[in-house]
Design a protein around this ligand. Structure first.
Ligand code: ADQ
Length: 472
């Protein structure tokens, strides 16, 4: 790939798609970074000409030089140890993250964190301004970079700026708690187009602008005093569904899926949960419901088993360490009380897996439990319906973005209500095969018709056309 000085298409996200690790001997290796943003954007970016991805490479200190990986030109941004603590772990993940996810755990606010957040956003903005070709398209991602759009606008008024929020945008009554809330809204209003997972998120944002900035909002467009405009609308993210479907139907993955079932003692029903180990994902509620179903003998551990994959996440934050302890204790309790010899009631795995292994798990599972307390979208729901057997079943929380598209055809539940959760799990297990097949057919069609390329195309069309709606 050539190494031009500037790029027509620049994306900026907190993380690069690969993480750098340096061992004690100084050897540098790169591995894929976890999470939904990378899963989605990697397939959009790969092989795109004249494009650069700006982000943190996963180690503090001096950033490595720009490099190429998987046909992508990657430009690392440096973070000091303090900035990692204050900007990333602090303001991004201990203030904004809980606040934007309905304060499932309390948000913490520290002035030092906000200063670092501003400083790092300015660093991203400067790098974007340096790398963007004249009139380039700039696509900023997610909650860690909400000030960057206005900063880029200041430095480079010629470029087109879009921002996409991978997580929910909260109701104004919650958003108002955030220190510096007006600055944050002005930061976002530096963009021409703001994409959200759900229409409700875009509406929450527009309501916050009206209420806190007193700006004029017409339909889904914010009118700035200076004649500029920003449009905010829903563009629900998706997965590379055709690729995933093909992989799921390959002999290798099918064989692996059969082997997984065999290793689990060929259960009549294999239930599956796959999540980052995050309090938003509802893992504790899910385990509680499952444990009670075993205790009441509604489910028999000789017939039913649960595989829970919990990817390590944000392990330096106390709330995440506490959650890990609680989840592991509950798994131990359930297994101690209910597992027959040689086949655990819960198989718990706290590590990352290669893509093919994840897909084999989706193929193997009879029922997926996607029960977050709040989730921007949840790609696991879309991955499961793309991969699973034709008679699979999806238990889906109403509090995911995915529920907007996948409500019809899934077993919807309110995960805060353990009784509702238990009833829905049992309904999914017991549903007649014909019903499950019809539902899965519908769900799969939705995800195959709306893949990640279509999402990226819709976002970029909306960005180009803003403040108008794109044709079609
Ligand atoms: P996340 O909160 O990270 O994403 P999600 O959408 O479920 O959540 O995506 C997780 C991705 O990681 C999936 O592709 C999944 O298969 C993969 N994964 C999970 N565990 C894994 C493991 N152990 N090994 C390997 N891969 C694993 C954020 C928002 C979401 C939003 C996405 C995309 O919180 O709401 O859907 O961004 O916008």
């Amino acid at each position: 790939m050539p190494d031009p000085d500037t790029f027509d298409f620049v994306i900026a996200a907190n993380r690069l798609p690969v993480d750098q690790t340096t061992d004690d001997a100084g050897n540098v290796t790169f591995s894929r970074s976890p999470g939904g943003l990378v899963t989605a954007m990697e397939s959009v970016m790969r092989g795109r000409e004249g494009a650069a991805w700006i982000g943190w490479a996963g180690e503090t200190g001096e950033p490595p030089a720009p490099f190429e990986d998987s046909e992508m030109y990657l430009v690392p941004i440096g973070l000091s140890d303090d900035e990692h603590v204050d900007y990333y772990e602090g303001f991004s993940n201990d203030s904004i993250w809980p606040l934007y996810h309905d304060v499932i755990v309390p948000a913490t606010f520290k002035r030092r964190w906000r200063t670092a957040y501003e400083r790092v956003n300015q660093r991203f903005a400067q790098k974007i301004a340096d790398l963007a070709a004249p009139e380039a398209t700039v696509w900023v991602h997610d909650y860690q970079l909400q000030l960057a759009p206005a900063m880029v606008r200041e430095l480079r008024p010629d470029v087109r700026i879009g921002w996409f929020n991978h997580i929910p945008f909260p109701p104004v009554e919650l958003f108002m708690q955030l220190p510096g809330r007006e600055d944050l809204l002005w930061g976002l209003l530096g963009a021409d187009f703001l994409g959200f997972q759900r229409a409700a998120d875009a509406e929450n944002f527009l309501r916050s602008c009206r209420r806190l900035l007193h700006v004029h909002v017409r339909g889904d467009v914010v009118q700035h005093g200076d004649g500029r405009t920003t449009r905010a609308a829903a563009v629900p993210i998706s997965i590379d569904s055709h690729d995933v479907y093909e992989l799921a139907h390959s002999d290798k993955v099918r064989e692996r899926a059969a082997q997984i079932r065999k290793d689990l003692g060929n259960p009549q029903k294999l239930l599956l949960g796959v999540d980052r180990l995050d309090y938003t994902k509802g893992i504790r509620h899910r385990l509680k419901a499952y444990g009670e179903l075993l205790a009441e003998k509604t489910l028999d551990p000789a017939d039913v088993t649960l595989v829970q994959v919990a990817t390590p996440s944000r392990e330096r934050l106390q709330a995440y360490r506490t959650l890990r302890g609680q989840v592991e204790q509950t798994v131990g309790q359930i297994n101690g009380e209910y597992s027959p010899i040689g086949s655990p009631a819960v198989t718990y795995m706290h590590r990352s897996f290669p893509r093919e292994e994840m897909i084999a798990l989706f193929v193997a599972a009879d029922v997926a439990l996607v029960t977050p307390l709040r989730d921007g979208m949840n790609l696991v729901a879309k991955e499961y319906v793309t991969c699973c057997a034709d008679d699979g079943a999806l238990v889906l929380s109403e509090f995911t973005g995915a529920a907007t598209e996948l409500a019809r055809g899934s077993f919807l539940c309110n995960p805060h209500d353990i009784r509702s959760l238990k009833k829905t799990i049992v309904a999914a297990i017991d549903a007649p095969e014909k019903e499950r097949r019809a539902q899965m057919k519908r769900l799969r069609k939705v995800v195959l018709d709306n893949d990640v390329q279509k999402w990226a195309g819709s976002f970029l069309d909306a960005l180009k056309a803003a403040p108008e709606r794109p044709a079609s």
